[in-house]
Design a binder for this molecule. Structure first.
Ligand SMILES: CC(C)(COP(=O)(O)OP(=O)(O)OC[C@H]1O[C@@H](n2cnc3c(N)ncnc32)[C@H](O)[C@@H]1OP(=O)(O)O)[C@@H](O)C(=O)NCCC(=O)NCCS
Length: 144
């Protein structure tokens, strides 16, 4: 197996933070800190990309999110990073864990224990994906 997307020191149960964001004025709430909606949009997009890569299907949709814990706040100019990891491959679904943290201080900003995406066919019905393990390659990417 090639480790194109995997650091050789990466244990199999550890979150990998692949995506980064710069907190900008349009991401703030009235209190001047990072708006929860922006954070959720970032996480949902990151989870969607991860699910597409893992399930080999562009038609992967958010089905469920467990409790969302906004652990600490971020401010304008902060650099944050997003981590996602598959925790369970179902028949048509993929369950992931997500975390956002400050790149500099490593302080945790958000944690979601379970995000479930479902693989759909062209009619919008759940379709079995056939996978049981994480891929660290681009081998499942849809052709179009
Ligand atoms: C995704 C959708 C087609 C699933 O329909 P459904 O009738 O729940 O389908 P199923 O009952 O066959 O479940 C499909 C999978 O989702 C899982 N699932 C269903 N409800 C769930 C829930 N509340 N929590 C966690 N997983 C759930 C099932 O366990 C199943 O997984 P598995 O095949 O790996 O065992 C349908 O709910 C839908 O279209 N939702 C809107 C999705 C969407 O538009 N998301 C964007 C944000 S609005």
């Amino acid at each position: 197996m090639s480790n194109e997307m995997k650091d050789s020191s990466e244990p199999d149960d550890v979150l990998v933070f692949r995506s980064r964001r710069w907190v900008k004025p349009e991401d703030l709430n009235a209190h001047g800190t990072l708006f929860g909606g922006s954070l959720l949009r970032w996480i949902d997009e990151e989870a969607a990309i991860y699910a597409i890569i893992q399930l080999g299907n562009h038609r992967a949709v958010t089905k469920f999110m467990s409790e969302i814990d906004f652990v600490s706040s971020a401010r304008q100019g902060d650099l944050v990073e997003l981590g996602i990891r598959a925790t369970r491959f179902g028949r048509t679904s993929l369950t992931m864990r997500a975390e956002v943290r400050n790149i500099i201080t490593r302080e945790r900003i958000l944690a979601i224990e379970r995000i479930v995406f479902v693989s759909l066919d062209g009619d919008g019905a759940p379709i079995p994906h056939g996978y049981t393990e994480i891929t660290y390659n681009r081998d499942r990417l849809p052709a179009h």
